[in-house]
Design a protein around this ligand. Structure first.
Ligand SMILES: Cc1cc2nc3c(=O)[nH]c(=O)nc-3n(C[C@H](O)[C@H](O)[C@H](O)COP(=O)(O)O)c2cc1C
Length: 346
């Protein structure tokens, strides 16, 4: 059981790195939007400022590396490299599920390495919603969060992933109440996220009623867990069942637009944001921060810390040039500004 979680994390990293795990028919939806080019921006590019605040930190860029790893040696090295690059670039970092460390103290080091290498940025821990109702002890979780020195915890809602995993736990009865209790009792901000199938308007509204102020909509169009779980099993029937759900989910852009309609909800956008322009569009459509997972994994595995920092640079310069060519000096002018981005379908 203990090593089961760790082995599963290893397999996820390996499959996401080496195989085609993207949606094929559903797209993130950013291709349907384009910026309205402003040929007369009346500013210099040096005037652009996209600093933003998140969890009490000043970020140089509204970018986050989404939850992926921790628990074993490969995850530790990955978390170290992600932390070094994120700290250098002044962006936020979310760690993979800390369940391995709750089950096995030996796994703790792979999470501690983040704060050791990233003293200046927000770091977010992560746990699955089903753990909250099953074997969850607030006391143990709290101890762990203090040790890892995080600034918030995110809870992942992953009913489809749990339903498709051979060893999954698709037991969501009581999860809403558990989230509410956690938010009330934990002295840390609680963020709620999906894992790549998106949050609907109704779910976001319900989360707001539970007092949740930050969500990561983690929409469809990027990494597909149906595909990852399909590849993890040799059982033919399991593989066929997983394949029925290859194209299931709420596209990332749709989920951003649902979230924007929920007043005062803070939005992190992820799911298929695999280039700088999609990142810029996510912010223009109203996200507070946007981020990616598999893209950073692959950048790191091919070119190490430099690969990650170069990718961040591409995102940052694409945002800068997009803001410049839309005539927006800062994020207040750019974020959620309907006059600078329009749908081709209109
Ligand atoms: C290898 C891997 C491991 C992941 N592990 C977690 C996790 O532990 N907790 C979580 O909430 N999301 C996890 N995710 C989901 C990501 O945080 C993200 O929501 C999803 O991959 C969509 O982003 P992308 O299309 O940029 O990959 C993982 C993703 C990958 C690729």
């Amino acid at each position: 059981m203990k090593n089961g979680t760790i082995n599963r994390k290893k397999e996820h990293l390996k499959i996401a790195q080496n195989h085609s795990v993207h949606f094929e028919e559903i797209t993130s939806g950013f291709e349907h939007y384009h910026f309205v080019h402003n040929a007369l921006p009346e500013m210099n590019i040096e005037d652009i400022d996209f600093h933003t605040t998140f969890l009490g930190y000043d970020l140089k860029l509204p970018l986050i590396i989404c939850s992926m790893s921790g628990g074993e040696q490969e995850g530790e090295m990955l978390n170290r490299d992600l932390a070094i690059a994120a700290n250098k670039s002044g962006i936020a970092l979310a760690l993979g599920s800390i369940r391995p460390a709750l089950e096995n103290r030996d796994a703790l080091g792979s999470f501690l390495v983040a704060r050791e290498n990233a003293p200046d940025i927000p770091i977010i821990a992560n746990i699955g919603a089903t753990q909250l109702v099953k074997d969850f002890k607030t006391k143990d979780l709290l101890k762990l969060l203090k040790k890892i020195q995080v600034d918030a915890i995110s809870i992942h809602l992953n009913p489809l992933q749990e339903a498709l995993q051979p060893e999954g736990e698709p037991h969501f009865k009581g999860v809403s109440r558990a989230i509410e209790i956690l938010r009330e009792t934990l002295p840390y901000p609680v963020i709620v996220k999906e894992v790549g199938f998106g949050l609907s308007f109704d779910v976001i509204k319900r989360l707001q009623k539970m007092g949740i102020q930050w969500i990561d909509i983690a929409g469809a169009g990027g990494t597909s867990w149906s595909r990852i779980e399909h590849m993890r099993t040799d059982d033919n029937v399991h593989r066929r069942i997983a394949s029925q759900f290859f194209e299931w989910g709420i596209p990332t852009v749709d989920a951003i637009l649902h979230a924007v309609r929920v007043k005062q909800m803070h939005i992190i956008a992820s799911g298929g944001i695999d280039d700088g322009l999609k990142f810029a569009k996510a912010i223009a459509l109203g996200a507070d921060l946007a981020g990616a997972a598999t893209l950073f994994l692959r950048a790191r595995n091919s070119d190490g810390v430099e690969g990650i920092t170069n990718l961040i640079k591409v995102f940052s310069e694409t945002l800068r040039i997009s803001m410049f060519c839309c005539g927006c000096r800062n994020l207040e002018e750019f974020r959620g500004n309907q006059s600078i981005i329009s749908s081709r379908q209109k």
